[in-house]
Design a protein around this ligand. Structure first.
Ligand code: KG4
Ligand code: ZN
Length: 358
């Protein structure tokens, strides 16, 4: 089965052709980063308008790169939440129109499930070992930071999430305070490689080992206080040292909690995904700590970790092979049931894809 995936939940317009075993035939992403950069974050209305302009050419390119006509597509999968409603509507309405015109099955995909299954994607000619189930997944992106136990594509349990800012949001806000521009993650990552971690003392949030929750807003405040007291670092080395100190705290927190989740669940496999998984410090530290603990670590390549439509097509294929089809009644949702755990609760709700809002 060949699935056309469509993603428009935030600031990336994306389309991909993926086979139901995870083979990626095409994976086209049109980023709006330059459009939103002057505002220091995503502006919802601008995002919707840019999706409207980009979606048809992006889908056409996905078909062209995949070398297949639309008639070769067996089904359509589209992100229907969580995300910006106006942005989601562009993808969902396009997918509905195509499904109706071509008489194809249509499934909605929870964006977070897409991220969690991104380890199953592989590209032609690539040697790939399918992740073994169950595994613990750390999802760290600009909008989400949470831990899950993934038992199958339709049986995912959230173990803990951030009480406030997501990890990527913390990178972006810290970078803004330091005048580094948007998005901040890659810029802090580059500078941190040149700095000395620990040279600026910053608080380690929610260190308790029994909590699988995260909190990054205090860390951002600590950076703001440091800048208020000492001013923005004037020389390159002082800036690099502050970036390295900030990044070390985020990385240690993410790795500590991910390993605690593996231990709590007795699961020896960990996947790290989401935009922050591109962070070189996080990749290196997770590899080292997992090796020490005998945990098998899988970090998909950066293009599979950041927002893309290939992960949506694959997660959609998993629903389609189970015989699910949302059809024309498909609706969008802004907040996910998978994020439904009350702040402060340790373990949380079980999510089954059959409970997806339609
Ligand atoms: O997954 P993603 O592309 O979009 C969301 O669903 O949010 O993640 C984007 C986030 C941004 O906050 C960005 O700053 C962060 O991922 N990011 C990084 C790096 N590359 C992207 N954070 C730290 N280090 C990086 N190298
Ligand atoms: Zn995402």
């Amino acid at each position: 089965m060949i699935v056309l995936g469509i993603e428009s939940s935030c600031d990336e317009t994306a389309a991909a052709l993926v086979r139901d075993d995870g083979l990626v035939l095409s994976d086209v992403v049109s980023s709006q980063v330059a459009l939103h950069a002057p505002f220091g974050g995503v502006v919802p209305e601008l995002a919707s308008r840019a999706h409207l302009q980009n979606i048809a050419p992006v889908i056409a390119e996905a078909l062209q790169v995949g070398g297949l006509p639309l008639s070769a597509v067996d089904a359509i999968a589209v992100t229907n939440g969580p995300g910006l409603v106006g942005a989601l509507l562009v993808g969902v309405q396009t997918a509905k129109a195509m499904a109706m015109a071509c008489n194809l099955p249509l499934v909605g995909v929870n964006h977070l499930i897409g991220h969690l299954l991104s380890g199953f994607l592989h590209r032609p000619g690539e040697t790939h070992t399918q992740p073994e189930l169950p595994f613990i997944a750390l999802l760290a992106s600009g909008g989400h930071t949470a831990l899950y136990e993934v038992r199958s594509a339709s049986d995912v349990e959230q173990l803990g999430q951030t009480r406030d800012d997501a990890a990527g949001e913390a990178f972006d806000k810290a970078a803004k305070l330091l005048g580094l521009g948007y998005p901040g993650g890659p810029r802090i990552d580059r500078l941190a490689a040149l700095g000395k971690p620990g040279s600026v003392v910053l608080p380690r949030p929610l260190r308790r080992k029994d909590s699988l929750e995260f909190s990054f807003s205090g860390l951002k405040t600590a950076v703001a206080q440091h800048v208020a007291k000492h001013g923005k670092p004037q020389d390159e080395q002082a800036l690099a040292d502050l970036c390295a100190s900030f990044q070390e705290v985020v990385v240690e927190t993410l790795v500590d909690k991910a390993l605690a989740a593996c231990e709590a669940r007795g699961v020896g496999r960990l996947i790290i995904t989401g935009g922050v998984a591109a962070n070189r410090g996080l990749r290196a530290r997770a590899q080292q700590r997992c090796r020490e603990r005998g945990i098998a670590l899988h970090v998909p390549p950066p293009q599979a970790c950041t927002d893309n439509a290939a992960m949506i097509a694959y997660a959609g294929a998993c629903r389609l092979v189970r015989g699910e089809n949302d059809g024309h009644a498909l609706d969008v949702f802004s907040r996910s049931p998978i994020l439904g755990a009350a702040p402060g609760s340790v373990a949380s709700r079980r999510y089954r894809s059959s409970r997806l809002p339609r």
